[in-house]
Design a protein around this ligand. Structure first.
Ligand code: BMA
Length: 316
Protein backbone atom coordinates (compact mmCIF):
# COMPACT_ATOMS: atom_id res chain seq x y z
CA UNK A 1 0.00 0.00 0.00
CA UNK A 2 1.22 3.52 -0.85
CA UNK A 3 1.06 6.04 1.95
CA UNK A 4 0.96 9.66 0.96
CA UNK A 5 1.66 12.25 3.56
CA UNK A 6 -1.64 14.10 4.08
CA UNK A 7 -0.33 16.20 6.89
CA UNK A 8 3.04 17.77 7.37
CA UNK A 9 5.11 16.98 10.43
CA UNK A 10 4.41 20.38 11.95
CA UNK A 11 0.60 20.17 11.79
CA UNK A 12 -0.01 16.58 12.86
CA UNK A 13 -0.75 17.76 16.41
CA UNK A 14 -3.16 20.53 17.48
CA UNK A 15 -2.54 22.20 20.79
CA UNK A 16 -5.57 22.44 23.08
CA UNK A 17 -6.84 26.01 23.05
CA UNK A 18 -6.84 26.37 26.85
CA UNK A 19 -3.29 25.12 27.36
CA UNK A 20 -1.69 24.82 29.81
CA UNK A 21 -4.27 22.55 31.44
CA UNK A 22 -2.52 22.28 34.82
CA UNK A 23 -0.21 24.77 36.52
CA UNK A 24 1.37 25.11 40.00
CA UNK A 25 -1.36 27.64 40.86
CA UNK A 26 -3.98 24.86 40.54
CA UNK A 27 -2.25 22.77 43.20
CA UNK A 28 -3.93 22.08 46.55
CA UNK A 29 -0.57 22.57 48.32
CA UNK A 30 2.46 24.82 47.61
CA UNK A 31 4.67 23.57 44.77
CA UNK A 32 7.16 25.00 42.31
CA UNK A 33 6.29 23.14 39.11
CA UNK A 34 3.98 20.42 37.72
CA UNK A 35 5.15 18.67 34.56
CA UNK A 36 6.02 15.45 32.68
CA UNK A 37 2.86 13.42 33.48
CA UNK A 38 2.17 9.75 32.77
CA UNK A 39 -1.35 9.12 31.44
CA UNK A 40 -3.85 6.26 31.45
CA UNK A 41 -7.57 5.59 31.13
CA UNK A 42 -8.80 4.45 34.55
CA UNK A 43 -12.49 3.76 35.21
CA UNK A 44 -13.41 5.71 32.04
CA UNK A 45 -11.57 8.79 33.30
CA UNK A 46 -8.23 10.19 32.15
CA UNK A 47 -5.70 9.87 34.95
CA UNK A 48 -2.46 11.81 34.93
CA UNK A 49 0.32 10.86 37.32
CA UNK A 50 2.20 14.12 37.51
CA UNK A 51 5.73 14.99 38.46
CA UNK A 52 5.43 17.71 41.11
CA UNK A 53 8.53 19.62 42.15
CA UNK A 54 8.57 21.01 45.67
CA UNK A 55 10.47 24.03 46.97
CA UNK A 56 13.53 21.92 47.80
CA UNK A 57 13.79 21.00 44.12
CA UNK A 58 12.76 17.37 44.85
CA UNK A 59 9.90 15.71 43.01
CA UNK A 60 7.03 13.38 43.95
CA UNK A 61 4.07 12.06 41.95
CA UNK A 62 0.47 13.23 42.31
CA UNK A 63 -2.60 11.94 40.46
CA UNK A 64 -5.21 14.14 38.79
CA UNK A 65 -8.39 12.83 37.14
CA UNK A 66 -10.71 14.32 34.52
CA UNK A 67 -13.76 12.95 32.69
CA UNK A 68 -12.88 14.55 29.32
CA UNK A 69 -9.08 14.71 29.65
CA UNK A 70 -9.03 18.50 29.24
CA UNK A 71 -11.02 20.17 32.03
CA UNK A 72 -12.20 19.83 35.65
CA UNK A 73 -9.14 18.05 36.98
CA UNK A 74 -9.58 16.52 40.43
CA UNK A 75 -6.14 16.68 41.97
CA UNK A 76 -5.27 14.43 44.93
CA UNK A 77 -5.09 16.70 48.01
CA UNK A 78 -1.65 15.35 49.03
CA UNK A 79 1.22 13.57 47.20
CA UNK A 80 0.01 10.24 45.75
CA UNK A 81 3.42 8.57 45.60
CA UNK A 82 6.39 9.94 47.51
CA UNK A 83 10.00 8.91 47.71
CA UNK A 84 10.58 6.10 50.19
CA UNK A 85 13.07 7.70 52.58
CA UNK A 86 14.24 4.24 53.67
CA UNK A 87 15.38 3.56 50.13
CA UNK A 88 18.85 4.82 49.21
CA UNK A 89 17.78 5.10 45.57
CA UNK A 90 14.94 7.56 46.15
CA UNK A 91 16.62 10.06 48.45
CA UNK A 92 16.20 12.98 46.04
CA UNK A 93 12.75 12.12 44.77
CA UNK A 94 10.76 10.50 41.95
CA UNK A 95 10.52 11.86 38.41
CA UNK A 96 9.03 11.44 34.93
CA UNK A 97 6.69 8.41 35.21
CA UNK A 98 5.16 6.37 32.36
CA UNK A 99 2.16 4.06 32.71
CA UNK A 100 1.21 0.94 30.82
CA UNK A 101 -1.60 -1.58 31.38
CA UNK A 102 -0.09 -5.06 31.86
CA UNK A 103 -2.50 -7.47 30.20
CA UNK A 104 -1.25 -10.55 32.05
CA UNK A 105 -1.23 -8.99 35.53
CA UNK A 106 -4.41 -6.98 34.93
CA UNK A 107 -2.68 -4.08 36.69
CA UNK A 108 -0.97 -0.87 35.71
CA UNK A 109 2.84 -0.73 35.68
CA UNK A 110 4.46 2.60 36.50
CA UNK A 111 8.09 3.10 35.54
CA UNK A 112 9.67 6.23 36.99
CA UNK A 113 13.07 7.69 37.69
CA UNK A 114 14.34 7.45 41.27
CA UNK A 115 17.01 10.00 42.12
CA UNK A 116 19.89 9.88 44.60
CA UNK A 117 23.64 10.47 44.74
CA UNK A 118 24.03 7.11 42.99
CA UNK A 119 22.47 8.66 39.88
CA UNK A 120 19.06 8.20 38.27
CA UNK A 121 17.64 4.66 38.08
CA UNK A 122 14.40 3.28 36.63
CA UNK A 123 12.06 1.88 39.27
CA UNK A 124 8.87 -0.12 38.84
CA UNK A 125 5.63 0.01 40.79
CA UNK A 126 2.39 -1.88 40.16
CA UNK A 127 -1.10 -0.66 40.99
CA UNK A 128 -4.76 -1.32 40.31
CA UNK A 129 -6.18 1.99 41.50
CA UNK A 130 -3.40 4.61 41.83
CA UNK A 131 -4.07 4.74 45.57
CA UNK A 132 -1.97 1.79 46.78
CA UNK A 133 1.23 0.70 45.05
CA UNK A 134 3.44 -2.40 45.15
CA UNK A 135 6.98 -1.09 44.73
CA UNK A 136 9.31 -3.50 42.97
CA UNK A 137 12.44 -1.33 43.18
CA UNK A 138 15.17 -0.42 40.69
CA UNK A 139 15.51 -2.37 37.43
CA UNK A 140 18.90 -1.58 35.90
CA UNK A 141 22.06 0.23 37.05
CA UNK A 142 22.34 4.04 36.83
CA UNK A 143 22.46 6.21 34.87
CA UNK A 144 19.10 5.33 33.34
CA UNK A 145 15.87 7.27 32.61
CA UNK A 146 12.84 7.52 30.30
CA UNK A 147 11.55 3.97 30.60
CA UNK A 148 8.33 2.11 29.86
CA UNK A 149 7.29 -1.52 29.68
CA UNK A 150 5.25 -2.92 26.81
CA UNK A 151 1.79 -4.21 27.76
CA UNK A 152 2.60 -7.84 26.96
CA UNK A 153 5.41 -10.36 26.54
CA UNK A 154 7.25 -11.06 23.28
CA UNK A 155 8.31 -14.71 22.88
CA UNK A 156 7.79 -15.15 26.60
CA UNK A 157 9.76 -12.10 27.73
CA UNK A 158 8.74 -8.68 28.99
CA UNK A 159 10.34 -5.77 27.14
CA UNK A 160 11.52 -2.46 28.57
CA UNK A 161 12.38 0.69 26.64
CA UNK A 162 14.88 2.82 28.54
CA UNK A 163 17.66 5.35 28.12
CA UNK A 164 20.97 4.53 29.75
CA UNK A 165 23.89 6.91 29.45
CA UNK A 166 26.85 4.96 28.08
CA UNK A 167 30.22 6.76 27.77
CA UNK A 168 28.33 10.06 27.80
CA UNK A 169 26.06 9.02 24.92
CA UNK A 170 22.27 9.00 25.37
CA UNK A 171 20.50 6.54 23.05
CA UNK A 172 17.24 4.58 23.49
CA UNK A 173 17.69 0.90 24.36
CA UNK A 174 15.41 -2.12 24.70
CA UNK A 175 15.98 -4.91 27.26
CA UNK A 176 14.17 -8.15 28.08
CA UNK A 177 13.16 -10.07 31.19
CA UNK A 178 11.35 -13.32 32.00
CA UNK A 179 10.09 -12.02 35.37
CA UNK A 180 10.28 -8.18 35.47
CA UNK A 181 13.29 -8.54 37.80
CA UNK A 182 16.23 -9.95 35.85
CA UNK A 183 17.04 -7.99 32.69
CA UNK A 184 19.27 -8.87 29.74
CA UNK A 185 19.63 -9.04 25.95
CA UNK A 186 20.17 -5.26 25.95
CA UNK A 187 20.04 -3.69 22.48
CA UNK A 188 20.44 -0.12 21.26
CA UNK A 189 17.19 0.81 19.49
CA UNK A 190 17.16 4.47 18.45
CA UNK A 191 20.31 6.53 18.44
CA UNK A 192 20.93 10.25 18.56
CA UNK A 193 21.65 11.39 14.96
CA UNK A 194 24.59 13.56 14.15
CA UNK A 195 23.63 17.00 12.73
CA UNK A 196 19.87 16.44 13.12
CA UNK A 197 17.47 18.08 15.61
CA UNK A 198 17.95 14.99 17.81
CA UNK A 199 21.76 15.01 17.67
CA UNK A 200 22.65 15.25 21.37
CA UNK A 201 20.23 12.96 23.23
CA UNK A 202 17.16 10.88 22.62
CA UNK A 203 14.77 9.29 25.14
CA UNK A 204 11.32 7.72 25.17
CA UNK A 205 8.35 10.13 25.24
CA UNK A 206 4.96 8.55 26.12
CA UNK A 207 4.26 4.81 26.41
CA UNK A 208 4.45 2.83 23.11
CA UNK A 209 1.11 2.87 21.23
CA UNK A 210 -0.02 -0.27 19.39
CA UNK A 211 -1.36 0.07 15.83
CA UNK A 212 -1.92 -2.39 13.00
CA UNK A 213 1.37 -1.24 11.41
CA UNK A 214 3.51 -1.59 14.51
CA UNK A 215 4.24 0.22 17.76
CA UNK A 216 4.28 3.99 17.53
CA UNK A 217 7.34 5.04 19.45
CA UNK A 218 7.30 8.74 20.32
CA UNK A 219 10.63 10.01 21.57
CA UNK A 220 12.21 13.28 22.62
CA UNK A 221 15.32 14.54 20.91
CA UNK A 222 17.69 17.20 22.17
CA UNK A 223 19.85 19.69 20.37
CA UNK A 224 22.25 21.82 22.39
CA UNK A 225 22.48 25.42 21.21
CA UNK A 226 24.34 28.48 22.43
CA UNK A 227 21.08 29.46 24.21
CA UNK A 228 20.61 26.04 25.86
CA UNK A 229 18.95 22.74 24.96
CA UNK A 230 15.85 22.45 22.74
CA UNK A 231 13.62 19.44 23.50
CA UNK A 232 11.39 18.28 20.64
CA UNK A 233 9.49 15.10 19.79
CA UNK A 234 9.93 12.66 16.90
CA UNK A 235 8.28 9.40 15.88
CA UNK A 236 9.45 5.90 15.01
CA UNK A 237 7.67 2.61 14.25
CA UNK A 238 8.70 -0.68 15.86
CA UNK A 239 7.77 -4.14 14.61
CA UNK A 240 4.63 -5.43 16.30
CA UNK A 241 5.98 -8.87 17.23
CA UNK A 242 9.71 -8.11 17.27
CA UNK A 243 9.87 -4.62 18.83
CA UNK A 244 13.67 -4.60 18.77
CA UNK A 245 13.29 -3.91 15.01
CA UNK A 246 12.87 -0.25 14.04
CA UNK A 247 10.81 -0.19 10.83
CA UNK A 248 10.68 3.56 10.22
CA UNK A 249 11.79 6.83 11.77
CA UNK A 250 10.82 10.42 11.04
CA UNK A 251 13.53 12.74 9.75
CA UNK A 252 11.64 15.69 11.22
CA UNK A 253 10.38 16.47 14.68
CA UNK A 254 6.59 16.45 14.96
CA UNK A 255 6.18 18.67 18.04
CA UNK A 256 8.55 21.37 19.23
CA UNK A 257 8.43 24.38 21.53
CA UNK A 258 6.46 27.22 19.87
CA UNK A 259 3.74 28.42 22.25
CA UNK A 260 4.77 30.95 24.94
CA UNK A 261 4.19 28.39 27.74
CA UNK A 262 6.65 26.04 25.97
CA UNK A 263 9.25 28.72 25.41
CA UNK A 264 9.18 30.38 28.82
CA UNK A 265 9.50 28.62 32.15
CA UNK A 266 12.06 27.12 34.53
CA UNK A 267 13.63 25.44 31.48
CA UNK A 268 12.45 27.25 28.34
CA UNK A 269 12.33 25.53 24.95
CA UNK A 270 11.09 22.19 26.27
CA UNK A 271 8.18 19.99 25.24
CA UNK A 272 8.53 16.72 27.15
CA UNK A 273 5.68 14.27 26.39
CA UNK A 274 5.36 11.39 28.85
CA UNK A 275 1.77 10.15 28.55
CA UNK A 276 -0.96 9.51 25.99
CA UNK A 277 -4.50 8.17 25.90
CA UNK A 278 -6.63 7.22 22.91
CA UNK A 279 -10.16 8.61 22.76
CA UNK A 280 -12.05 5.59 21.54
CA UNK A 281 -14.94 7.63 20.16
CA UNK A 282 -12.83 9.86 17.92
CA UNK A 283 -9.68 7.72 17.53
CA UNK A 284 -7.68 10.77 18.52
CA UNK A 285 -4.51 10.50 20.52
CA UNK A 286 -4.28 12.92 23.44
CA UNK A 287 -0.65 13.59 24.17
CA UNK A 288 0.22 15.04 27.58
CA UNK A 289 3.49 16.83 28.04
CA UNK A 290 5.52 19.00 30.35
CA UNK A 291 5.94 22.52 28.97
CA UNK A 292 9.14 24.37 29.88
CA UNK A 293 9.45 22.18 33.04
CA UNK A 294 6.66 24.25 34.65
CA UNK A 295 3.16 23.29 33.50
CA UNK A 296 1.21 20.54 31.72
CA UNK A 297 -0.21 20.87 28.22
CA UNK A 298 -2.10 18.57 25.87
CA UNK A 299 -2.06 18.25 22.09
CA UNK A 300 -4.23 15.95 19.97
CA UNK A 301 -3.71 14.13 16.68
CA UNK A 302 -5.75 11.66 14.66
CA UNK A 303 -4.24 8.20 15.04
CA UNK A 304 -4.72 7.65 11.30
CA UNK A 305 -2.73 10.84 10.51
CA UNK A 306 0.09 9.58 12.73
CA UNK A 307 0.17 6.15 11.07
CA UNK A 308 -0.10 7.69 7.56
CA UNK A 309 2.75 9.99 8.44
CA UNK A 310 5.08 7.35 9.86
CA UNK A 311 4.31 4.93 6.99
CA UNK A 312 5.40 7.67 4.57
CA UNK A 313 8.72 8.10 6.44
CA UNK A 314 11.91 6.39 5.32
CA UNK A 315 12.30 2.68 6.03
CA UNK A 316 15.05 1.93 8.47
C1 BMA B 1 15.52 15.87 31.06
C2 BMA B 1 14.70 15.33 32.22
C3 BMA B 1 13.31 15.93 32.25
C4 BMA B 1 13.28 17.41 31.97
C5 BMA B 1 14.13 17.74 30.74
C6 BMA B 1 14.17 19.21 30.39
O1 BMA B 1 16.85 15.50 31.19
O2 BMA B 1 15.37 15.57 33.41
O3 BMA B 1 12.74 15.68 33.51
O4 BMA B 1 11.95 17.81 31.73
O5 BMA B 1 15.43 17.25 30.97
O6 BMA B 1 14.75 19.96 31.42
Amino acid sequence: MEFTRQKKAYNLFSRYKNNPILTPENWPYPVNAVFNPAAAKVDSQTLLLIRVEDMRGFSHLTAARSADGFTNWQIDPAPTMEADQNSREEKWGLEDPRIVWLEEQKQFAITYTSFSEGGPVISLAITKNFRTFARLGGLLPPEDKDACLFPRRFRGRFALIHRPIVRGEAHIWISFSPDLKHWGDHRALIKARHAYWDCHRVGLACQPIETEYGWLLFYHGVRMTTAGAIYRMGLALLDLEEPWKVLRRSDEWILGPRAPYERIGDVGGVVFPTGAVIDEKTNNLHLYYGAADCTIAVATAKLSDLTDYIMSCPEN
